[in-house]
Design a protein around this ligand. Structure first.
Ligand code: DC
Length: 233
């Protein structure tokens, strides 16, 4: 550990990584709340780029087109009524980015190194002073390889598809379990390849937490206990 890591102004950096549907968002949000930390949903930023590409008629697979588009976007977060909202060029897109269509577009735009460079630079700036929980695929590798606590959440694909189904139903979207399971498998393969192309994944010093059969409260308690231990170290 070098000195720079020891002087984060606002607390430690907690990186929560893992495949789609492993419970990263809910867990990260609640861990941040309990620790009094900021919460950064890095996946929402890739989703914002995916949405912008579809809205502006840019093919999500067109590396140069999406990178140019991404550099010109203004992606920001704000809290309203205790809920984190995602803004794209000042427009609230929090609901629009949660559809299955945008999930796939986000996974496709996330493949391009140019897009990742832009978003990773932004994410590093947002977390520079610590006191933050970052959630997303490369949080413990590319964004903050020196994060004081790295968690890798995993869960059975079937359990993850069931959770996705419940989330979509809550939002009034209908879906078939089998299709969601298939989507998760496709995204797992693409997301894993995207990360491996940029180096080892997950981070070798990440602590793996299997959330299959764990309640959200149990997951959160486990991570908060690890964070307090790390804060005392
Ligand atoms: O976590 P999520 O489902 O909201 O992420 C949407 C997509 O963005 C997902 O397919 C993987 C990608 N992603 C990424 O490549 N790196 C991140 N830090 C976060 C998300």
């Amino acid at each position: 550990m070098n000195n720079e890591q020891l002087v984060r102004k606002n607390g430690i950096v907690i990186a929560i990584d893992g495949p789609a549907g492993a419970g990263k968002s809910t867990t990260a949000r609640l861990v941040a709340k309990q620790m009094g930390y900021l919460y950064l949903d890095t996946g929402a930023m890739y989703r914002a780029v995916g949405l912008a590409a579809l809205q502006q008629g840019v093919d999500p697979d067109d590396a140069d087109g999406v990178t140019a588009l991404c550099s010109a976007l203004n992606i920001a977060f704000e809290t309203r009524d205790g809920q984190l909202q995602t803004l794209l060029n000042d427009k609230n897109i929090s609901d629009a980015i949660r559809s299955s269509k945008i999930s796939q577009a986000a996974s496709r735009v996330a493949v391009h190194p140019g897009v990742r460079d832009v978003l990773v630079a932004l994410q590093r700036t947002m977390g520079r002073d610590g006191g933050i929980v970052l959630e997303g695929r490369d949080t413990g590798t590319a964004i903050f390889p020196d994060a004081e606590l790295k968690i890798f959440l995993v869960a059975d694909p079937a359990e993850r598809a069931r959770r996705r189904l419940r989330d979509l139903e809550k939002r009034g979207e209908s879906a078939k379990f089998e299709s969601l399971l298939e989507e998760i498998r496709i995204r797992d393969i693409r997301d894993r390849q995207t990360q491996l192309r940029r180096g080892a994944w997950p981070a070798s010093d990440a602590i793996c937490v299997d959330t299959t059969g764990l309640s959200i409260a149990e997951q959160v308690d486990r991570i908060v206990a690890l964070a307090h231990r790390q804060n005392r170290a």
